[in-house]
Design a protein around this ligand. Structure first.
Ligand SMILES: NC(=O)C1=CN([C@@H]2O[C@H](COP(=O)(O)OP(=O)(O)OC[C@H]3O[C@@H](n4cnc5c(N)ncnc54)[C@H](O)[C@@H]3O)[C@@H](O)[C@H]2O)C=CC1
Ligand SMILES: C[N+](C)(C)CC(=O)CC(=O)[O-]
Length: 331
């Protein structure tokens, strides 16, 4: 990466007070909720006619979960301003989070517009799920301040953000962004280079492809796939990653014995790896399977259930303060 044109960011990550979120759907809205709960002033812009209504509904739905996690002093949904133009949204911003649809041309054009409108030196982070910043920063005048900050849904509950620059990103912009996210309460992996799919999505993608192959071939139902993770490996993955988990499969011999014992089965033809054809039959089977699995619960019901589940897991694994008991509360 080359340090090209970007001057030092106008303020230290610790001093950021005003954030602009551009694109306010599932992820942009989730970022808005997160930043509001952390006590920032947030401006948002989204071209959809009903965007403000949807965004405020998303923030209201997330607020009970955020209240359980603990709000920063002064945090309030009232500190959100939805602007009529992109330029107004970013005019006074000290950090910009872009969460527009995953279309390369759109991202290129939008990042160039944001670069033209945002104050000099302010970092602009893209929530992209997989485009390398090198491919998205091509139209910007100051590509040095463009960084990937890839979140996980919902950004107001899942701690991880993957941070990586492109070929023309200034190294200090990457460092600044990682520090900013830490200050804003995220758990950050700063990637040394642009790996296709970043780290976590690359792993998720392998699982996702195999799941789709199994549905397409009638080898497993949508419910069996989901149960196989929630009743199995998913329980371990909440607090111990796949590497260390498998080291324990080697007993006292650890990973070395695990590799000696099970290494040969790596050559077994278990996985297909190539993406399956997402034809209508597979598409319909996956959608219908999810409708069955929802069993009458609406998306809003499932979001509330997921939010509570994530909070319970974070608390149970010591990543949140323990809930006070009613007895403690009366002392
Ligand atoms: N949905 C997910 O689970 C995750 C998505 N992401 C990434 O976040 C980004 C946004 O994805 P979602 O929120 O899921 O999509 P979404 O479809 O829910 O929201 C996209 C929003 O962008 C708005 N939009 C359309 N054109 C725009 C433009 N030119 N400028 C600004 N906003 C515009 C739309 O009106 C919409 O509200 C994508 O890059 C995606 O890859 C990252 C992590 C997880
Ligand atoms: C489905 N997705 C590729 C957009 C998911 C992500 O990018 C991260 C997540 O939330 O799992």
């Amino acid at each position: 990466m080359n340090d090209i044109t970007t001057p030092p960011a106008p303020c230290a990550p610790e001093d950021v007070r005003r954030i602009a979120c551009v694109g306010a759907g599932v992820i942009g809205g989730g970022w808005v909720a997160h930043y509001l709960a952390r006590g920032y002033d947030v401006t948002a812009w989204d071209p959809a006619p009903d965007a403000e209504h949807k965004l405020r509904r998303l923030v209201d739905a997330a607020w009970p979960a955020l209240t359980q996690l603990g709000l920063a002093e002064g945090a309030s949904p009232d500190r959100l301003t939805v602007t009529a133009t992109l330029q107004e949204a970013v005019a006074d911003a000290q950090f910009v989070q872009e969460s527009a649809p995953e279309k390369l041309e759109l991202k290129r054009d939008l990042l160039a517009q944001l670069d033209a409108a945002a104050p000099a030196g302010v970092v602009i982070a893209s929530s992209t799920s997989g485009y390398p910043m090198t491919d998205m920063q091509t139209e910007a005048t100051d590509p040095g301040r463009l960084v990937v900050g890839h979140p996980f849904n919902p950004p107001y509950l899942i701690p991880l953000v993957e941070v990586v620059g492109g070929d023309r990103t200034a190294p200090h912009a990457v460092t600044w962004t990682s520090r900013f996210y830490e200050v804003a309460g995220k758990s950050v992996i700063t990637m040394a280079s642009e790996v296709p799919g970043f780290i976590a999505n690359r792993l998720q993608e392998a699982l996702w492809r195999e799941a789709l192959h199994m549905v397409a071939n009638g080898e497993a139902t949508v419910k069996e796939i989901d149960d196989s993770i929630t009743e199995g490996p998913g329980l371990r993955w909440a607090f111990m990653g796949p590497m260390l988990t498998f080291a324990l499969a080697g007993g006292e011999g650890g990973m070395a014995h695990m590799l000696d014992h099970f290494g040969p089965s790596l050559k077994s033809p278990w996985t297909r790896l190539e993406a399956p054809e997402l034809d209508k039959e597979l598409y319909d089977a996956v959608v219908a399977g999810c409708d069955d699995a929802a069993d009458g619960r609406t998306i809003a019901d499932l979001v509330a259930e997921r939010d509570q589940g994530v909070i319970d897991v974070l608390r149970a694994t010591g990543r949140l303060p323990q809930q006070r008991t009613a007895q403690e509360d009366t002392k």
